[in-house]
Write a protein that binds this ligand. Structure first.
Ligand SMILES: CC(C)(COP(=O)(O)OP(=O)(O)OC[C@H]1O[C@@H](n2cnc3c(N)ncnc32)[C@H](O)[C@@H]1OP(=O)(O)O)[C@@H](O)C(=O)NCCC(=O)NCCS
Length: 185
């Protein structure tokens, strides 16, 4: 499965891409505000990567779409993006998007391009009716991305994320298909 946006290519990970995945999720700067702490070893990360590879083969009950993101210009690896399917039936469904970039690619608008692409895939290809995103309330970069992608703040849940020695709040943003269609047609 592969998608493209203006400057980016989204493709599923293969057996050969473990080092790319590990470069993101072992990076302390990337993981500063995320739910999980950075991996400390390849051994720790490998089961998570294997779960991604096996999920890529799932056709009927697919619960997640996880992509490596590359620059279309020179094929450099810039990060990880995903859509988790939270619930789905014949009438629609709810998904949650995530995005993690190597720090050298922050500040170029790539995360905004990624989130808009993931939302578009969710509504147009996966037939979801609602897409959400969550972040640590201190993660201002991530909250900005949600806003720029057209998502609306739906709430702030108090003290649900243990990070860096304290319990932090979580922001929840979302967008429904009608709003997306209205602003993108
Ligand atoms: C969250 C994260 C993905 C945001 O990345 P980012 O680079 O700050 O976000 P964007 O890609 O939207 O780009 C931001 C800046 O790029 C600049 N930019 C440069 N060229 C641009 C372009 N062509 N289009 C849009 N913005 C552009 C803008 O000035 C923008 O800043 P502004 O919103 O203050 O105006 C990144 O900080 C990250 O990977 N963090 C670690 C992982 C993480 O926390 N993920 C979220 C988990 S919930």
């Amino acid at each position: 499965m592969e998608y493209a946006s203006r400057r980016l290519i989204f493709r599923e990970f293969t057996d050969l891409d473990f080092s790319l995945y590990y470069s993101i999720f072992s990076n302390a700067q990337v993981m500063k505000y995320t739910l999980m702490d950075p991996f400390k070893s390849e051994e720790e990360a490998l089961p998570y990567y294997q779960r991604i590879l096996s999920n890529n083969k799932e056709i009927l009950k697919r619960s997640a779409y996880e992509f490596g993101v590359f620059l279309s210009m020179d094929k450099s690896f810039i990060g990880f993006a995903d859509i988790m399917i939270l619930f789905k039936n014949d009438f629609g469904g709810c998904g949650e998007i995530g995005y993690f970039l190597l720090p050298c690619y922050w500040g170029y608008g790539y995360a905004t391009e990624i989130s808009k692409t993931l939302i578009n895939i969710s509504f147009k290809e996966l037939n979801l009716h609602k897409v959400s995103a969550r972040c640590n309330s201190n993660n201002l970069h991530s909250e900005n991305v949600m806003k720029k992608a057209g998502m609306i703040k739906e709430g702030e849940i108090r003290k649900v994320r243990y990070k860096n020695g304290h319990w932090d709040n979580e922001l929840q943003y979302g967008i429904v298909k009608e709003d997306w269609d209205f602003f993108n047609n």
